[in-house]
Design a protein around this ligand. Sequence first.
Ligand code: SF4
Length: 448
Amino acid sequence: MKKKTGIYIHIPFCKSKCVYCDFLSARPEDEDQIKRYISSLVEEIREKAERIPAALKTVDSVFFGGGTPTLLDAGELIFILEELKKGFYITEDAEITIECNPGMSGMRHCPESEAAEKPEGNTKRAQQEYFEKIRAAGVNRISFGLQSALDSELKVLGRIHRFQDLKDTFAAARVAGFNNINTDIISAIPGQTVESFRETLKRVTEFEPEHISCYSLILEEGTRLFEHLEEFPPLPDEDAEREMYHLAREVLKEKGYEQYEISNFCRRVTKPEESGLYGSPKAGNDNPYGNNTGCHHRVGDGENRKQGFVQESNVDYRCRHNLGYWDRAVYFGFGAGAAGFDGKVRYKNISDTEEYIKKAGSKEDISQREVLTREDAMAEFMFLGLRKTDGVSEKDFYDSFGVTMESVYGDILKEQVKQGLVEKTTGGYALTGKGTDVSNSVMAEYLL
Ligand code: SF4
């Protein structure tokens, strides 16, 4: 269970709005708005850091989300990170993630027309320098919002990138030293078929990202897709959607990904602790996109091991930051619309970017708070924890609430076990495959 604090930073800017998106994101009004936003964000960090008790200031995950955080310059991102380091203790091994739109990595000052006219090599070099700078500043995980590997589907979604952009940015990130990369994909896109989704899975796994998130598209009120559904190709029906989910689980398992949450999959590798012993990054790996730690392929590993030169550790690439959400760990959110949780109270910052810019860092309150009741907290423990394939731990429940899980949820658990939705694990409960298929209704039972 994650015990340390997480930090989420929201960057509410995108180059244009995707048709399905209901996140807080919009095209920035102008360059000045981005600058003003960054200074308000930093004010909020400074102001909150002063008030947060020292016991909650040890941070082992930072997540830059959006929006499109890579719309910021490397210098701007580093500036924010430095401010965080002043106000919090960021552990040496902290996971620091940035979401990256494959069509937008550090290219804000490079309008499309200009970029198109630039020799290709220039743009690629700029991208790589960008990744190198943020990597040197401590960012060690990239989350690419690919969504589909088919350009026709990306176009339907209103994404600004094409598959080739992912190829380029992924390769640039690898060369810059990123060896922990997530790629997001979406199923149930209008017009998508099981076969076209299979193609996306095939192409994505060829890149060998360490982590893959796979969510079903949700039709959200207020989005262009919701309001003008008739203008889009038909949505896959429920059966096709289910089939896509099953296909993702099957293909990703075949390719060596372990499912650790309803929608999240990762690789687990045995890795040398002293990576210096493993020579140059590209040794033995012909895949330009591969994680070039060398740990899978290096000739002579066996000999080194025999002689005791290499100590190994089992590394998995689960997203520590998101695990914190499912484990109800403390996290602080900074930025417009960002949410946080101090262990007892959940809060959400105001969602209007201009209002946020005006108020953040001032004495004015910028958040809405919800104090959780004990019942709320217990329900959260169950429905968030059951999202993980490890499920929920009876001991953790007892440690958190001083009563047994059995005494609070015994009847529900008994019934769900009987129906084959939930199963007993060593020390707790987890969803079965059948329960995962209807997870929303299984979780709803825990709301007291
Ligand atoms: S890039 Fe992401 S945040 Fe931006 S509009 Fe598209 S879906 Fe929304």
